[in-house]
Design a protein around this ligand. Structure first.
Ligand code: PLP
Ligand code: COI
Length: 341
């Protein structure tokens, strides 16, 4: 199939209108028939629950083109499971795993020409989301839901090439998850609460903020759009244990890769003072992939990790991206070829 007329290797991380998106409605206690539509507008009642009380959760996963031209998803089932956990936390109707996976197949098949060609550095980002669409004036869960999935071909989330260094600033005053008391879920409200930290940081030239734990302001949580890891001077992979960060599917994968490389993996509280002793640091996530951290600004101090990716970050990046892009056999069963329909 001929590819869409796009400069795939220069794509930013942004919205691109593709051919179709997937929609399915939950009404009268059951899911209806899914449809693929070419409109990217949704009709929504002015009193819809999601617009007022925030029943709105989303996910993000990527599709990669292999060298043989086949398309493969990366751990989509984990996104399906996490979306069920998010739905549970906000008392929303969960999307069954099989329905989620079928939506991935249908949405990708309806937009094949937008899958970036193998090796160009871009991928097809899949954005599933679920909203409480029923009319709700009192603060109660919606009785109706809309599950939508759309795709967009995307390049790197942080400016630059796949492995460009990112610079973060520690945010000490603003709590992103705490105003609502929710961590662990991917919900629209978490991200909006972080804007007043992220936007000023970006204006100062940082790629992202790094949040500390809301209670003590001593321990690293995560960045606004990715998990955090450090490599100690004696070669351990350390990553925060915290109830207010998103359990990253990418981090889960990298922890496994690190263990299989013989690295000791520690998931524990990381005191902000430990940053100075790290050999390498990185930001990980679906959009971020592995973005090595060049520096972290903490109060008046700039803690530097280097201008080029460190050897451990580089090795883990290569391992992960080889599996995602189908360059090597996937010994973990993380990837799944999307059959053409
Ligand atoms: N943390 C936050 C706040 C995120 O937005 C993301 C991206 O989804 C992640 C971590 C990384 O999670 P994952 O690797 O599942 O994409
Ligand atoms: C992702 O990595 O999928 C995310 O959701 C990050 C997002 C803020 C773009």
């Amino acid at each position: 199939m001929e590819k869409a007329d796009l400069n795939f290797s220069q794509l930013p991380f942004g919205y691109v209108k593709t051919d179709k998106n997937y929609r399915c409605e939950f009404k009268d206690g059951k899911w209806g028939e899914p449809v693929l539509t070419d409109s990217d507008i949704i009709p929504l009642h002015i009193a819809a629950q999601c617009l007022h009380y925030g029943q709105l959760i989303f996910e993000g996963l990527k599709i990669f083109e292999r060298p043989d031209g086949k398309a493969q998803s990366f751990r989509a089932i984990e996104n399906a499971k996490r979306m069920i956990r998010s739905a549970d936390m906000l008392m929303m109707e969960p999307v069954p795993e099989e329905m989620f996976m079928e939506a991935v197949r249908k949405t990708v098949n309806a937009n094949r020409r937008f899958i970036p060609p193998h090796g160009c550095g871009a991928s097809l980002y899949v954005r599933p989301f679920l909203i409480g669409s029923g009319i709700q004036m009192g603060v109660n869960p919606s009785k109706e839901y809309l599950f939508i999935m759309f795709v967009a071909p995307v390049g790197p989330y942080y400016k630059g090439s796949g492995l460009s260094m990112v610079n973060l600033i520690v945010e000490e005053n603003i709590d992103r998850a705490a105003p609502l008391g929710i961590g662990n879920i991917k919900a629209a409200a978490n991200y909006a609460a972080g804007l007043r930290a992220t936007i000023p940081a970006k204006a100062k030239g940082f790629n992202e903020v790094l949040y500390l734990d809301a209670r003590e302001k001593k321990y690293i949580d995560e960045s606004g759009s990715s998990n955090f890891f450090g490599i100690t001077k004696d070669g351990r992979y350390i990553t925060p244990a915290s109830s207010s960060i998103l359990p990253s599917i990418t981090n889960m994968s990298i922890k496994q890769l690190a263990r299989d490389e013989g690295l000791k993996v520690e998931e524990r509280k990381i005191h902000v003072d430990e940053l100075r002793d790290l050999a390498e640091a990185g930001a990980v996530g679906t959009a971020a992939v592995i973005s090595p951290i060049g520096s972290i600004t903490y109060r008046d101090e700039v803690i530097k990790f280097g201008d080029t990716p460190g050897p451990v970050s580089l090795k883990l990046y290569k391992k992960l991206s080889a599996i995602q892009n189908g360059l090597v056999e996937d010994p973990y069963g993380w990837t799944q070829i999307i059959p053409e329909e």
